[in-house]
Ligand binder design. Sequence first.
Ligand code: FES
Length: 428
Amino acid sequence: MPLLPIELHHTNPVTVTARYQRVESALAHLDHSINSNRRPDGLYHSYNLVDFGETAYSVEPLAEMLEGQVAVLGSGLLDAEDGLALLDALKRSDLYRADQQSYLLYPDRETKSFLDRNVVPEPLVRESRVIRRELSSGRTLLVEQDLHGKVHFNSAIAGSEELRAAINRAGNLDAEDASELLDIYEAVFRHRAFTGRSSSMYKYEGLGCIYWHMVSKLLLGVGELVADARSAGRDEALLEALAAHAEEIRAGLGLRKSPDRYGAIPLDPYSHTPGFAGVQQPDSWDERARDLLDVPGKEQVNWIEYFDSARNHYRAARFSGTRLESCLFIGPDKQLPPRDWLAALFQKEQLTVAERASLLSGLPPANVEDSGRTICSCFSVGEKTILKAIREQGLTTPEEIGDCLKAGTNCGSCIPDLKALLTSADSE
Ligand code: FES
């Protein structure tokens, strides 16, 4: 593929058209390049190794990965049909992880164990004049043979530059020998194909891992495809098929899942799910609570906390001075303290010792009355409290309720509800 020189001078207006043509040409090359990377299974090659020779070049694709499919979707090259074909291919591919209803960054695969990595294959040993000569010389500067007859490069050599230096130190290898040995070294280690996590790591961003950030980008790409198809007036069946993919990807994201399926409480968990488990729960909830609730620069903050590791319960309350400012309840069930009771605590200048203890137990004190759903949010007055006052004190107007409980005396938005409660109490 020819490289296109693009000059960035802004002084000669005559060349603007030419430059525009070059950009057009570059875009055409990019489109061609993406199209030629379409694989027979409908995915796209994402990373390729390119060798430029004197008269030709060769391209060797690496294994599939989600990032490349997302990049192709985001390039704007695919129309709705091609985008749908890619999404269907993705769902059929090894990148799909059914138990999480989502997509891996790279599919899992077997990799060589540590002990199998530095082993020169027997056919290469047999064919290599320089290796056979080194072995028979008894010198181990470059290669050595173990008790089982396997041939290894000297384990002190870390990289081709160090091998080159060792060859120079050996002093008796000609250019052809050196080149042959360096080629065998690359064939054994394949350093040029090393892409870090995608070839050796299994946990974070590694093989068989979901990288939720990339899944979110995939969802964004599909969303754009749906929006473009809709504004282009494409037919309903096509739109529905694309939207079904978008919905399925969205449903696979953490906040749509239960903790037992997702692997963690789906509240901003770490952004990777390793292949052998669900999302990993944060090691330290107290740190996570501070990440979520602390406001940089705010002083005089103090925390009270409770952690039951056996039952996986964490409760924390954060105070600014003596006032309750925020609280966090984490647990495997959906049991939360009554909202009105919590709301009332936020109104207080100072909490009693019993109220603090109740916060950590996740339950209101036994003698606290249930005030019902909040009717007046300005003063945190609940439905049951208002009805009780109407009945016991014979209240007949919102003004009288206001005199008694303050409800309705600030913004006034609860007055229609107060009137409704007066009517319902009257008809009892
Ligand atoms: S909500 Fe009742 S006065 Fe504002």
